[in-house]
Design a binder for this molecule. Sequence first.
Ligand SMILES: Nc1ncnc2c1ncn2[C@@H]1O[C@H](COP(=O)(O)OP(=O)(O)OP(=O)(O)O)[C@@H](O)[C@H]1O
Ligand SMILES: [Mg+2]
Length: 397
Amino acid sequence: MPPKRTTWHYSLFASCFRASTRRRTTRPEKSAVRRLSFSDVSSPEDLSLSLMGCDLLAFTLGELEMATNGFSDANFLGEGGFGPVYKGVVDEKVRVGLEARPVAVKLLDLDGAQGHKEWLAEVIFLGQLKHPHLVKLIGYCYKHEHRLLVYEFMAKGCLENHLFKKIASLAWSTRLKIALGAAKGLEFLHQTEQPVIYRDFKASNILLDSDYNAKLSDFGLAKDGPKGDKSHVSTRVMGTEGYAAPEYIMTGHLTAKSDVYSFGVVLLELLTGRRSVDTSRPSREQNLVDWARPYITDARKIARIIDPTLGDQYSMTGALKAAAIANQCLSQNAKSRPQMSAVVEALEPLLGLNDEAATFVYDVGENVETKENGEFKHGRRRKLRRRALVPKGLKRK
Ligand SMILES: Nc1ncnc2c1ncn2[C@@H]1O[C@H](COP(=O)(O)OP(=O)(O)OP(=O)(O)O)[C@@H](O)[C@H]1O
Ligand SMILES: [Mg+2]
């Protein structure tokens, strides 16, 4: 069973973590227009007026029924906490003048876990934030009790289905491409003029287009970042079990570094092919971070946790470096986690690496040991011959 989105109650005894205030030099240009926020909208009329100029289409329910063939079972794509999602097409038949394009239509289930507030957050954030690694919101329907969202259709669905429902093993290079794309999406959110904390970074919210370009979806829990000299946003603890940062769960203090922690969890999922929480495993393996931590802090052990469906088809250098990045993102101390811009910079060069795991040789004195299918075959491991492969910052034991 996939982990479910949960609301935690939090206690106030834990310490406060201050968000880093360092900024990257290549910050986007300042725009004169302030981004719209929640308090600016109270009615459907407000919404369409306020979002004028955002290229969002306000659909009627009838138009979206036509687009999805009456929300037919054949068009059903899946269902999350918000409600069901259907494939559709918006074209001339739906509304004169519309250019034909495939879409995904999400319906708010009024009895579901999420409500109008999350729906509005999605429209307000995604209506205004545009980036190649954020899913494009095309339009919405806001009429009486109906709340629908219309997105660009993402042909390969969500990362969760590829990683855990084993359609086929995702290639190593594809995993890195997805990690990098998702990292760029988060980097954009954290560095936009009015920074945004995404708060729900997880494999099911990373959507993939036909070329496996990753785009972030589901902004229902997103929050404006801290303003002025504030170090964090205080909020009710919301998120998905297994992905949320420990200090956020303990204190309700939200910072961009909470997203960085969640990114570390997803990076581990990409490396291991295991879910962040998997109750079907033995108890000490159920929490991915707890299980993987001893392996990602020891370069000699990393091969043992790499997704076995990859066989030898991955770069050992890349795996070592990716594990080191995950380890830094998963630091217990939020301040020690890197900014997403640093994560992007560290991931980028890994895409070009093409050494294979099977040719990664350990020096065991007279004998030479080769890793095959994730197992070391002979001899006692002493030390890595290729010391340079161990990334900076990764502790050697
Ligand atoms: N734009 C889209 N294009 C293609 N498929 C989509 C799109 N948006 C969502 N889906 C599919 O619809 C399903 C439900 O997605 P949804 O985001 O509602 O729930 P979830 O992410 O699984 O759970 P949660 O509510 O916890 O976020 C997923 O399988 C996803 O792949
Ligand atoms: Mg989702």
